[in-house]
Write a protein that binds this ligand. Structure first.
Ligand code: NDP
Length: 336
């Protein structure tokens, strides 16, 4: 059993000393447990947060512990009701070949699911984040303008496509011409603006002639700065993520803009609501699975996945994900 444990807490970007690959015996399931063989490991931005012991909504991974991560796994042996050998499951199996589970929080996908790895993306946690953040906090009304940051990623791509289904004018924000083209041509957004190109704030303003009613925030930083002046009265901001800040060790220098931000919120009578998907919206999973599952099946929602072979690739693939190298949902295929 190969596994990555947290060797030290990173300062800024994780490096070669952050995680350590260990090899050990196969874990032995006890009473009320099952043994899982992890086939697919999800890479997600929140993993950077778990490496840190700064205050957060979830407890950090301890030094020497296996790195956390969502997995699609197959049951090898089971003493848990409702799970049998051969079942595919979605679990938090972590960065390792095999894991033990007592079945809590584990979803059974049956013995032959279509596209099992999609349960880590559009049909799983990122998809639920997109659907619930948009519908519950965004409160979309047909005809309104939705702007989505991180538009080519698993959350943003799903937000924008659901926005189109619900009759919104949808504008994405993504880095580079290839991702921008994908967002418009394949995902069907009305427009996409490149935040890395010169003149980004003006290009964004031109793409939203009626202003912005919903801003789905995934990134923060300069992108948020460009969005703020364009928000309409009673705009809603589902505050989902701030990925541009995750590797930062301190606040950026410069004038304190807190009172400007608070002034915009006040004058525009805006709703800004942060959420942690499983804590706040986990109970909506069945409705999400039914609704978004049907849209995916009918081809109304497109999904792009970037499959990377080999557990040993996971650390560098996570660093790349945080730097914008991923194009679609990054998943590690464990080939043990
Ligand atoms: P993504 O694939 O969208 O994340 C990677 C992307 O983030 C990159 O491709 C890049 O976009 C963008 N990015 C990175 N750095 C910057 C930067 N400095 N400025 C602008 N964009 C940047 O991941 P997910 O879809 O999985 O997650 C999207 C967001 O949602 C994240 O912030 C994540 O933390 C959050 N999230 C929150 C949850 C919750 O419960 N609140 C649950 C799940 C996710 P590009 O390639 O276009 O440059």
């Amino acid at each position: 059993n190969r596994r990555f444990v947290l060797a030290e807490r990173p300062e800024g970007e994780p490096d070669d000393d952050t995680l350590r690959l260990e090899t050990g015996d196969l874990p032995a399931p006890g009473k009320g447990q099952m043994l899982l063989r992890n086939e697919y490991l999800s890479l997600d931005p929140y993993m950077r947060g778990r490496m840190s012991d700064a205050p957060s909504y979830a407890k950090p991974v301890e030094i020497g512990e296996v790195m956390v991560g969502g997995t699609v796994s197959q049951v090898v042996r089971s003493d848990v009701d409702g799970f049998a050998e051969g079942d595919w499951v979605v679990a938090y199996g972590g960065w390792q070949d095999y894991a033990l589970s007592d079945g809590r929080g584990v979803i059974n996908l049956g013995t032959s699911p279509d596209n099992p790895s999609w349960a880590l993306g559009v049909l799983g946690m990122p998809g639920l984040t997109a659907w619930a953040g948009l519908t519950q906090i965004g409160q979309p009304q047909a005809g309104e303008t939705l702007v989505v940051a991180g538009a080519s990623g698993p959350v943003g791509a799903t937000v924008g496509q659901i926005g189109k289904i619900l009759g919104l004018h949808v504008v994405g924000i993504a880095g580079g011409p290839e991702k921008n083209a994908h967002v418009v041509e394949t995902l069907g957004f009305d427009a996409c603006v490149d935040y890395k190109a010169d003149g980004f704030p003006d290009a964004l303003a031109a793409a939203v002639p009626d202003g912005i009613d919903i801003y789905f925030e995934n990134v923060g930083g300069d992108v948020l700065d460009a969005v703020l002046p364009l928000l309409n009265t009673r705009a809603r901001i589902p505050l989902c993520g701030l990925i541009s800040q995750y590797n930062r060790t301190s606040l950026p220098n410069g004038p304190d803009r807190m009172n400007y931000l608070m002034g915009v919120i006040l004058r525009k009578r805006m709703t800004v609501r942060g959420f942690i998907v499983l804590d706040d919206f986990g109970h909506l999973y069945p409705e999400f699975a039914r609704q978004v599952g049907a849209w995916v099946k009918e081809g109304e929602i497109q999904y792009r996945e970037e499959m990377i072979e080999g557990l040993e690739q996971a650390p560098s693939a996570l660093v790349g994900l945080l730097n914008g190298e991923a194009f679609g949902k990054r998943v590690i295929h464990l080939t043990s």
